[in-house]
Design a protein around this ligand. Structure first.
Ligand SMILES: C[S@@+](CC[C@H](N)C(=O)[O-])C[C@H]1O[C@@H](n2cnc3c(N)ncnc32)[C@H](O)[C@@H]1O
Length: 230
């Protein structure tokens, strides 16, 4: 199993509008809900959601107590991703996102995140999957974007890590968990997805794949886990 705090995972984030696309929701429908963003990274979701009346908090191993450590890591990782754009574009061809659009939104998200991280530190908890410091069913909804599946590897964040992490996300949710995207590096569902669906079903946890429409990054699918009403 991988180290729970990995330097190989990019601390790179999206805006609330991009979350609405990769997780297929309208933020105004979730006003008053308690939401956990795991891994929140430098996404501006928590900041923007709270401004709309959603009780959102973020959790991420990169939430160092020292703001400057966090700021420098984010800036370095955005620069790294920007340098990788030509390689990513060559691999994805027509499906490649517009580099200017992606860099602009990442910097916008990071600015929103950093301002809120400085002003409202209680919204940001430093912790790492597969163990979260929250009570059972503490959140109505749990979002997990651009961490599971994306960084999966049999000698790093392997299948047991994924299964334990998904069970932990489910433990702290009262209603649902959304995990997006679910694709593997060659497109299509990641190889762990079928095993996860089978193991979750065996554990009595309702889980299904749902279509999403993400025009920026081209994501097409998320994994939805629901908790049946008691
Ligand atoms: C690409 S960012 C995604 C941020 C945000 N969810 C988004 O979609 O914009 C991936 C995040 O995973 C975090 N991470 C790394 N190891 C982790 C772990 N064991 N548990 C939870 N998050 C982890 C990194 O610190 C990083 O911020």
């Amino acid at each position: 199993m991988a180290d729970s705090v990995s330097t190989s995972v990019c601390v790179y984030g999206r805006t609330l509008a991009q979350y609405e696309q990769i997780f297929d929701f309208q933020a105004t429908d979730w006003q008053g809900d308690r939401i956990l963003d795991c891994s929140g990274g430098p996404a501006s979701f928590v900041s923007e959601a709270n401004a709309l009346g959603i009780a959102a908090i973020g959790v991420d191993p990169a939430y160092d107590p020292d703001l400057e450590v966090v700021r420098q890591r984010i800036e370095a990782d955005i620069d790294t991703v920007v340098q990788l754009f030509p390689i990513i574009s060559a691999q994805l061809g027509d499906a490649a996102p517009d580099p200017a659009l992606v860099e602009g939104s990442a910097r916008q998200a990071a600015a929103g995140f950093l301002a809120d991280f400085e002003a409202n530190r209680d919204r940001y908890i430093q912790a790492a999957l597969p163990v979260l410091p929250f009570d059972d069913r503490q959140f109505d909804r749990v979002l997990c974007g651009n961490f599971l599946f994306i960084y999966a590897s049999d000698d790093g964040f392997n299948y047991p890590f994924h299964y334990q992490s998904v069970l932990e996300l489910y433990r702290v949710c009262d209603r649902e968990v959304r995990i997006s995207p679910t694709r593997g590096s060659g497109g299509g569902s990641h190889a762990y997805v079928a095993q996860l669906l089978s193991d979750l079903t065996a554990a009595g946890i309702p889980a299904e794949l749902k279509a999403v429409r993400d025009p920026v990054y081209g994501e097409t699918q998320m994994l939805l886990l629901t908790r049946p009403a008691a």
